[in-house]
Write a protein that binds this ligand. Structure first.
Ligand SMILES: *Cc1c(COP(=O)(O)O)cnc(C)c1O
Length: 224
């Protein structure tokens, strides 16, 4: 058994029921991704349209596809048809575009709202105080289904440093549930990566996005 299969099996065994793993597959080949799928992964996260299209060609419906990268409006057209969930929506404008292409493709696009829980100037995501307003605006789009929140949080290396940002995101998630906004289903909280997923699960994550711990270190390290 290769180390990818071993890693997948170990992590799937270790996490509680009800928590889903999105294998963050940036820079990985179709073969590596297929190995993860064969070992039990059912959701693949992609950050870049070109990479996603390339591996999708080989893997297709053997997995579900989550888009977890920065969303550029000129890429939405390509992303919508091959993606099962877009985790990184942070504006009404981009949501409107997703709605338009979802309609073209005759689908309802599940999305998560990306929260900039660290309020970092250089990061994507909507500021915590603006999440509820944004969700209410997006709720009116008929071909979008808002299903929860996603956050990255500042990266420091120490998972405990991420905890307050996960807590803040979970509080917004709970507040949104109480709003009972029509056409909104607060189901998923996507938080935590290789170094922080344990803390994220403790704070309520039910989707974790893991790359390095499944596939090994990336040859060329880049974020987002
Ligand atoms: C790369 C990436 C991850 C996973 O990062 P690892 O540290 O390799 O586990 C999670 N979320 C997003 C948005 C990513 O781009």
């Amino acid at each position: 058994m290769s180390f990818i299969s071993e890693n997948v099996k170990r992590i799937l065994k270790e996490i509680p029921d009800g928590v889903e793993v999105v294998a963050a597959a940036k820079t990985r080949t179709a073969d590596e991704i297929l190995e993860a799928i064969e070992a039990g992964i059912s959701k693949i996260g992609e950050n870049y349209v070109q990479e996603a299209e390339k591996v999708y060609e080989f893997i297709g419906k053997k997995a579900q596809w989550h888009f977890i990268g920065h969303l550029q409006s000129n890429k939405v057209k390509q992303i919508v048809p091959i993606t099962d969930m877009i985790e990184t929506v942070d504006s009404t404008k981009i949501a409107q575009r997703i709605d338009k292409y979802a309609k073209f493709n005759d689908k309802i696009m599940p999305i998560l709202i990306e929260v900039n829980s660290g309020r970092e100037a250089q990061k994507n995501g909507v500021m915590p105080e603006d999440v509820i307003t944004l969700v209410k605006e997006i709720a009116v789009f008929p071909n979008i289904s808002v299903q929860g929140l996603m956050t990255m949080g500042p990266f420091t290396g120490d998972p405990e440093d991420a905890r307050p940002y996960f807590v803040e995101t979970r509080k917004i998630f709970q507040a949104l549930k109480k709003e009972h906004i029509p056409n909104i289903e607060m189901k998923y909280l996507s938080m935590g990566m290789s170094n922080s997923y344990e803390v994220a699960i403790e704070e309520g994550a039910n989707i974790i996005r893991i790359g390095t711990k499944l596939f090994g270190p990336r040859a060329c390290k880049y974020e987002g």
